[in-house]
Write a protein that binds this ligand. Structure first.
Ligand code: CTP
Length: 408
């Protein structure tokens, strides 16, 4: 699996001759499975063209704060949030100063001020500008706020002088990005398990009991946890979705297969049960296709399936530190979900309304109420990807209070 599979890098390119090296950086990040979205400052555009960046990143290049199209396609706030790491390369003396002072006078600085993600800067400037106490103080302030930096290196400069100020090489910046995702990401060193999709319970070789779950919410959660650095296993029932990048995906059919796969992959950190597990299965399955043969329709005797969430919650020493379930309800959503929290023994329940007309099952959006022993927190209606990102961030905050997993 590529080291950056599924990771999204927002790359800010500010003014400097080193901007040409950024093209190589984009290529290398993408080679390792990462996605790159570029924000080009006016200064940066003097050195590289949006066309080169768009061709290499295979994405639109963002540059204009007040462009109607940029804003309607992707607001600057979303631009800064829909990334796992923000990289500024080259980082000019000017952009470091603006970041230090919280200036937001173009798209790049606005995104940098609005982001809630880690920022990695690769400074590049003339050696005197680099040596100047203003630049050194700015960088020290930024580092104090958690900004990471790589370089600059010593060497010949484009201006003919020799000294510190050359931007780190693309390979070094790439190594810093990989190190961040390996060790610095909020869920680095953590292990996560997610269940997703429906289960199919065979009646005979061609018929089954199933449900309308698309798996979108569970898959999005697995992707979001992996993007925050967690080593994530997704156990999925039958869905039409592709396997999320950077996630180990195990495909199963029935509830019993899903339980077995989960038990074999139980992590010590977090399990999120988002699958719509069939509550029942046929008591008896037929080895051959059942024939009509003019007979009356057969009765279908059912038996209860194992409750995967309840079993994970009751796993004793093997229980993940945090167990999260969903409650799909069509009425009295919060009341029923609170009862489910107690019954299943999990730590959080994300309750959602799946009544007809809510558009949740199979749809893009979800309205969530996060329920724990302390109370209820209702989230605004948002996309399933946004729910996933918010949940992953919340999981990271909660696990940050506990030591890292020691499990192999
Ligand atoms: N769940 C599970 N195994 C089951 C049934 C449910 O792991 N056999 C999990 C789901 O993944 C979800 C939670 O339990 O996280 C609640 O699922 P839901 O269908 O809302 O509840 P049920 O337990 O099926 O209860 P009911 O059908 O009575 O509402």
């Amino acid at each position: 699996m590529s080291s950056l599979a599924g990771k999204r890098v927002l790359l800010v390119i500010s003014g400097g001759i080193a901007a040409y090296k950024t093209l190589e950086l984009i290529r290398r990040v993408r080679e390792r499975g990462g996605e790159v979205r570029c924000v080009l400052t006016q200064g940066g555009a003097q050195f590289v063209t949006p066309l080169s960046l768009a061709a290499l990143s295979e994405d639109k290049v963002y540059s204009d704060l007040f462009s109607l199209t940029d804003e309607s396609e992707m607001g600057h706030i979303r631009l800064s949030r829909d990334a796992d790491l923000v990289v500024v390369a080259p980082a000019s003396a000017d952009i470091l100063a603006k970041m230090t002072h919280g200036r937001a006078d173009d798209l790049a600085t606005t995104a940098l001020l609005a982001t809630d993600k880690t920022v990695l800067v690769a400074p590049a400037m003339n050696l005197r500008m680099w040596d100047h106490p203003a630049t050194q103080d700015n960088l020290a302030t930024l580092k104090g706020r958690g900004v990471l930096s790589v370089g600059p290196n010593e060497g010949d400069m484009a201006c003919g002088e020799y000294g510190f100020g050359r931007m780190a090489e693309p390979a070094e910046i790439l190594a810093a990005i990989e190190e961040y995702f390996g060790a610095g990401a909020p869920l680095a060193g953590r292990r996560a398990l997610v269940t997703s999709g429906p289960t199919f319970e065979a009646i005979d070789p061609v018929r089954f009991i199933g449900n309308r779950s698309s798996g979108r919410q569970g898959h999005a959660i697995a992707q979001a946890l992996a993007r925050l650095g967690a080593r994530t296993t997704l156990v999925s029932g039958p869905t039409a979705l592709p396997d999320p990048a950077g996630v180990e995906t195990l495909r199963v059919e029935s509830a019993r297969d899903m339980l077995a796969a989960c038990q074999a992959a139980l992590p010590s950190d977090v399990a999120v049960c988002a699958a719509a597990v069939s509550d029942w299965r046929a008591k008896e399955t037929h080895g051959q296709k059942m024939k009509k043969n003019g007979a009356a329709p057969p009765g279908l005797a059912l038996t209860l399936n194992p409750d995967i969430l309840a079993q994970i919650s009751a796993a004793g020493n093997a229980r993940p530190r945090l167990v999260v379930g969903f409650a799909a309800e069509t009425e009295k959503v919060i009341e029923h979900a609170q009862a489910k929290l107690a019954k299943k023994g999990c730590d959080w329940i994300l309750a959602n309304d799946v009544s007809q007309g809510s558009g949740t099952f199979g749809g893009d959006n979800n309205t969530i109420h996060l329920i724990d022993s302390q109370g209820v927190e209702s989230w605004p209606r948002m996309t399933k990807d946004e729910v996933a990102a918010k949940l992953a961030a919340r999981i990271a905050e909660t696990l940050a209070e506990t030591p890292e997993s020691t499990k192999p």
